[in-house]
Design a protein around this ligand. Structure first.
Ligand SMILES: Nc1ncnc2c1ncn2[C@@H]1O[C@H](COP(=O)(O)OP(=O)(O)OP(=O)(O)O)[C@@H](O)[C@H]1O
Ligand SMILES: [Mg+2]
Length: 347
């Protein structure tokens, strides 16, 4: 009930009670009942009490309530008003305060939920990081222990073990680099350095760099056209190199021996569409929604064996999001995988 209606009811009850009292007193004094006096007295009492309550409420209680509401709004509530509450269009200060307290309740509940999610994410993240780091660290310890136990003098194993320890250190550095990139990207600390560059040339350059690892599995790295002319995009070249490297490396790691990786580039509206496909292992559909999560790997054994941490695609997604772009994946088990994303063209 609105406050004015409430005051009306209180004034009515008070006026009735006072009038009855007056009638009694008057009756004992005069032994008569004067109807017009009763009506007039009732009316005056009612109006008087109503005005008193109304003025008291609006000039004291209401002002304090409004101030409280304002403080709640300014200090604790975000500007986003929940839809279902926004429909309440009542200027009454009591209602407004109640409405704000409900908003506060909803926001705090949401915050608590976020804190809980963050906490479980933090635990999972730390668990994953330490798990990933343990393997190379234990390996290094193992190699060094053997060398210290006399292996250093054995020409059959000393260089081999040192090389293996070196490989494990390389792997640790790779994990730390990836974690650093991900932290930078997630905390928004990454500043893009956008420039106009030829993405076809960048693809050829990356192919050149990865040729050796592709040849080990006899995988052909090809472009769908020759790209004699440049394909201009506006993006952060260093970061896009990371994206393409990750995707092409994946196509080699999870591709079939004697298979092929194919890159296609094409202008579309104001964008350039980039497609990277392989005819490798493919990915089961149920894994696709989680593929871009940190540390998500389908076949952990195989990925780790290939030196993978499961951070590559999470980094790819973050970099593209920083460019206001998204990445899509299509895949069929044992047929192959295709990643598609776009960049702003710079024609
Ligand atoms: N082209 C692909 N074909 C088949 N599976 C793929 C392909 N690309 C990625 N995957 C699967 O997705 C998982 C996540 O890939 P992601 O690049 O994030 O991690 P990774 O390659 O295991 O490690 P990292 O990239 O951090 O070295 C991989 O472990 C692999 O199982
Ligand atoms: Mg990868």
């Amino acid at each position: 009930m609105k406050i004015t209606a409430r005051i009306l009811v209180y004034a009515l009850i008070a006026a009735v009670l006072i009038t009855i009292l007056e009638v009694f007193i008057n009756y004992f004094q005069t032994q008569a009942i004067n109807v017009s006096f009763i009506l007039l007295s009732f009316f005056v009492t009612f109006v008087g009490i109503f005005l008193l309550l109304y003025i008291f409420y609006y000039y004291t209680v209401s002002k304090t309530l409004n101030k409280l509401s304002e403080r709640l709004e300014n200090r604790f509530l975000s500007n986003a008003i929940p839809q279902e509450l926004n429909v309440l269009d009542d200027n009454d200060s009591l209602d407004k305060l109640e409405q704000n307290i409900r908003k506060l309740e909803i926001e705090r509940e949401k915050e608590m939920e976020q804190f809980k999610n963050l906490d479980s994410y933090r635990k999972e993240y730390l668990g994953n990081v330490s798990h990933e780091m343990k393997t190379p660290i234990f390996n290094i310890q193992g190699y060094l222990d053997t060398l210290l136990d006399g292996g250093i003098n054995d020409p059959e194993i000393n260089t081999v073990y040192l090389r293996k320890a070196d490989k494990s250190i390389e792997r640790l550095i790779h994990i730390i680099d990836d974690l650093e990139t991900i932290t930078q990207l997630e905390t928004g600390g990454l500043q893009l350095d956008k420039d106009k560059f030829d993405i076809a040339a960048l693809c050829k350059d990356i192919y050149g760099q990865l040729e050796l690892s592709a040849s080990k599995r006899n995988i052909k790295l090809s472009l769908d056209k020759k790209y004699d002319k440049p394909i201009w995009v506006l993006a952060d070249k260093f970061r896009i190199r990371q994206v393409l490297s990750n995707l092409v490396t994946n196509s080699i790691k999870y591709g079939k021996e004697n298979g092929e990786t194919l890159i296609g580039l094409q202008y579309y509206a104001n964008d350039v569409i980039i497609e990277i496909s392989d005819n490798g292992l493919g990915i089961e559909e149920r894994h696709l929604p989680r593929l871009f999560e940190r540390f998500y790997r389908i076949d952990k054994g195989r990925s780790r064996e290939q030196g993978g941490t499961g951070l590559g695609l999470a980094i790819v997604k973050h970099i593209l999001e920083a460019h206001d772009k998204t990445i899509e994946v299509q895949s069929k088990l044992n047929k192959g995988t295709r990643f598609t994303f776009s960049l702003d063209s710079a024609l």
